[in-house]
Design a protein around this ligand. Structure first.
Ligand code: HEM
Length: 501
């Protein structure tokens, strides 16, 4: 009965079911007027729980389950706990890929969850008319607040807030941000110049992106200080999990926002648009909404770009030929005396762009991403497979990008030329399957900004410095230690030897 009931009316929180399930065995004992002793209570609980679990396990493994036709490991079909345990170790992307290698493009990764790397699923699930965000995003909202950030909004509420964000990321707005970006890139290069020798370059990319996004979201000044306080940076990295960190960050966001309002800004920064200071909307967004989105921009815009830049350095230092070619290209596009901050030349950086694309393909900063949910109404056909309503679906970029059906030859190899060469008969370069910034209505709103950052920082660093892995640095370990905690988390320093050219 319990199984049937909770299957029909899926609870949103474990609290209610826990109370109901705890009380029921006692009520049963009372109903049959059994003598109350420790052993009779224990026995009743054991029988009750075993009966309930058996019923759930048998159903989830049975051919009557609507996802019975999707292959996957037995443990995944029975429980999500295993998946949660894998995620907690940061290995979700690697495990997910191993599952796809074994079971094919559709894998049942949970009792009610499917991971798909068939290219047709990208459009069906993420594209126009695709599905809304799934249960995965709920823990990312604070139930004590009435407001949500753009990331966790759905349907019309998402479209309304996204309109404001899109204004903040239009080409006109991006032009306005150029001076902020140029200032921070110059500062980064100056600081690195002063540090020549062994440097943890990943750490400095992280400082740069935090400082830059702080400028964008809250008019700067304060975040620069925070990003150099070591205890806060790890907290920011763990933000999806740690409510304490989330509260601290929100508090911090509110303080920055109050300062931003007091001091104003010389340029139309992202805050200007998110707060709708131009008065384009019928209703101005609330202070709480803008703080939530300001904090989101720092979370979404800092770690992602920093890890992309760090992985890029790792890949080119591991591929000396690519390093020489990319450096030569930067030298020819920006000969001595030309400003490295001139973004009009970015389109000429074709090999650098290919190297960055290849980096984002092999190590997308959001490797697995969150789930989407099949809407009510019976179910949907996705790449010719029927998937029932309410199923949680992953379209994991890491596995999608490394599938030979989508990128061939050498899907696991760093081969920037795949983006440039004329396609040969056996080559596969499936652009529809390349989704480091996701796809559709809830794709990355900061994609163009991220590209400007990546190109300006990478070309400046390549032009100014000679880089190599530091002596005794175990470079292979660095890549293996990258952890998938929604946005990739860096497991250790990326030590390079920097010298001025
Ligand atoms: C290389 C850098 C970046 C990568 C790879 C990246 C990737 C992504 C991905 C995969 C998503 C979709 C997440 C989901 O479906 O849950 C996303 C969403 C988002 N990104 Fe980025 N991102 C990057 C940089 C940035 C930057 C610089 C910003 C600037 C503010 C930004 C702001 C956002 C926002 C606000 C969302 C939520 C969009 C929505 O839900 O409508 N990202 N990003």
């Amino acid at each position: 009965m319990n199984h049937l009931y909770f299957h029909q009316f899926e609870p949103k929180s474990a609290n209610g079911p826990l109370v109901v399930l705890t009380v029921q065995p006692l009520l049963l004992l009372g109903a049959v007027a059994a003598p109350l002793s420790f052993s009779s209570i224990l026995e009743t609980y054991v029988v009750f729980i075993l009966a309930l679990c058996s019923s759930i396990v048998v159903y989830r493994l049975s051919p009557f389950h609507p996802l019975a036709h999707i292959p996957g490991p037995t443990v995944n079909k029975i429980t999500k706990l295993w998946g949660a345990w894998v995620s907690s170790g940061g290995d979700q992307h690697r495990v997910n890929k191993a599952l796809h290698d074994k079971y094919g493009p559709f894998v049942r990764t949970g009792p009610n969850e499917v991971s798909i790397i068939h290219v047709d699923a990208v459009r069906a699930v993420l594209g126009t008319g695709g599905f809304q965000k799934g249960q995965y995003y709920e823990p990312r909202t604070d139930p004590t607040l009435s407001t949500r950030s753009l990331l966790t909004l759905r349907n019309e509420a998402h479209a309304n807030r996204r309109r404001i964000w899109n204004r903040g990321m239009s080409s006109e707005s991006l032009q306005e941000y150029e001076s902020i970006l140029a200032k921070r890139v110059t500062q980064l290069v100056d600081r690195l110049e002063g540090l020549c020798g062994t440097v943890d370059i990943a750490e400095w990319f992280s400082y740069f992106t935090f400082d830059f996004m702080g400028d964008m979201a809250f008019g700067g000044g304060n975040i620069a200080v925070v990003s150099h306080i070591p205890w806060l940076v790890p907290t920011l990295y763990k933000i999806p999990m740690a409510t304490r960190g989330l509260k601290e960050l929100r508090q911090f966001g509110a303080t920055c926002a109050t300062n931003r309002i007091k001091t104003g800004s010389q340029v139309k920064d992202l805050w200007y648009h998110l707060m709708d200071e131009a008065g384009m909307e019928k209703e101005q967004p609330s202070f709480a909404e803008v703080v939530a989105d300001g904090v989101l921009s720092i979370i979404a815009g800092s770690d992602t770009t920093a890890i992309a830049l760090s992985s890029f350095v790792w890949f080119i230092l591991s591929n000396p030929e690519a390093y020489q070619r990319v450096q030569a290209e930067v030298d020819s596009v920006y000969p001595d005396g030309e400003s490295l901050l001139d973004i009009s030349k970015h389109s000429e950086l074709r090999f650098l762009t290919a190297c960055l694309n290849e980096t984002l393909r092999l190590h997308p900063p959001v490797p697995t991403n969150g789930t989407r949910q099949v809407p009510k109404g019976g179910g949907k056909l996705i790449a010719d497979r029927f998937i029932p309503e309410n199923t949680q679906i992953y379209i994991p970029p890491y596995s999608l990008h490394r599938s030979p059906g989508n990128f061939f030859p050498g899907p696991d190899q760093f081969d920037p030329d795949r983006w440039l060469r004329k396609q040969r008969p056996d080559d596969v370069l499936n652009l529809a399957a390349f989704i480091p910034f996701s796809a559709g209505a809830a794709n990355c709103v900061g994609k163009s900004l991220a590209w400007r950052e990546m190109l300006m920082v990478s070309s400046s660093v390549l032009k100014k410095f000679e880089l190599r892995f530091a002596d005794d640095f175990q470079s292979k370990d660095w890549l293996d230690k990258l952890q998938d905690v929604f946005v990739t988390s860096i497991g250790g320093p990326l030590l390079v030897e920097l010298s001025l050219r």
